[in-house]
Design a binder for this molecule. Sequence first.
Ligand code: MRU
Length: 367
Amino acid sequence: MRVDGQSFRTIWPDGDCVRIIDQRHLPFRFVIAELRGVADVAFAIREMQVRGAGLIGATAAWGMWFAARESCGDSASLLRLAHELAATRPTAVNLRWAIDRQLTAIRQALDPVETAFATARAIADEDAEACRRIGGHGLPLIAEIAARKPGRLPVQILTHCNAGWLAFVDFGSATAPIYAAHDSGIPVHVWVDETRPRNQGARLTAWELERHGVPHTVIPDNAGGHLMQHGRVDLVLTGSDRTTRTGDVANKIGTYLKALAARDNGVPFHVALPSSTFDWQARDGLTEIPIEERSDREVRWIDGEDEAGNLVSVRLFGETSPAVNHAFDVTPSRLVSGLITERGCCPATEEGILRLFPERGATASSF
Ligand code: MRU
C-alpha cells in the first residue's frame, strides 16, 4: 500500500537485516525499524512493533532465516530458536504455522540459510497475494449490499481492531474487500471500533483508511450495538487470529460482543482470513484456542500525543484497582454469517470450509 506516495509493505529484507514499520509509533510517527537476529524478532513480536496474524507469521518466517544463520547447522539450536519465536504470542496461529513450514523446509535443505530466506520470501509474498484475493472474493458481498440500497448509500461497514494491511504483509484481510469496493467506485463508510486497550482500530485502521481516502469514523468500542439498532450498520467485517476447522473465530477482544449485537439486529457478520489463519487441528474454539493475557499496564495506561505533539502515557484510573487484559475472544461459528478466504467465501462450518480446502481432511504438525 502507499504511504505519502511511496509503496510500502509492512516487512521486507534489506541486505543482512529485515526492516519493519514499527507500529507502536503510529499514527503519530512513521518509524522504520531494523531487525538483526532472532532476539530482535522475538522482541518485535512480543512488544508489538509488528502485530496482526499475517504479519506475525511473516515476521516469524524472517526470524527463522536468522535462526538458520545463528544455529550454524546445529539442529538442536535451530529448534531452541524456533521455540523462542513460537513462545512470543500464543493466539495467532500464523506464528506456529510459519515456523513449522520453515522447520520442514530447512530440515530438507542442502543450504539451510538460502532455503530459509527463500521460504520467508515465499510466505510474505503468499500472504500479500492471499489478502489481494480476499479483496476480490469479498467485493461482491459489498456490491450486493450496495445494489439493495440505491439512494441510501454508502454501504456502512463496522470493523474491529486492525485487520488491515498493517496486520499482514499487504492489503489486509477485513480491509481488502473494503479497499476493493472503494477503488471500484462503490461508496463505503467504515465505523472503526477504537479497540481498547491498545487502540489498534483508532490508531492503525483509521490511519490506513485515511491514507487510502476511505470515509470512516472512529467510535468507542461500546457504540456498535447502538448503531446496529438504528440501522446504521449494513455489515460487520472483521479479521481473525485463529479459526478452527469448524468455523469458531478467535479475534481481538470485543469481537464476540459485536457478533452478538449483529445477530440480534439481523446484521451480517463476516470474517476475512487467509488459510494460514486456520488451525486445522482445533475443533472447539472455546476450549482449544489459547487466549493471550497481556500486561495489565495496557489497561491502566493509555499512550497518545499531547497538544504540543509530545508522545505521552497517561494513567487512566486508581493505582490500587486490579485490572486484567485478555487480548482475544472467541466468536462461536453459529454467530458467523460467512468466511472470506483466498479461495472464496464459505459458511463457517467444517463442511463449508473443507469444500474450499479439501486437502485439509486430515493434517498433522511437524513441530
Ligand atoms: O493483538 P494484535 O494487534 O496482534 O491482534 C490482532 C488483530 O489486529 C486483530 O485481532 C485482527 O482483527 C486479526 S489479525 C488479522
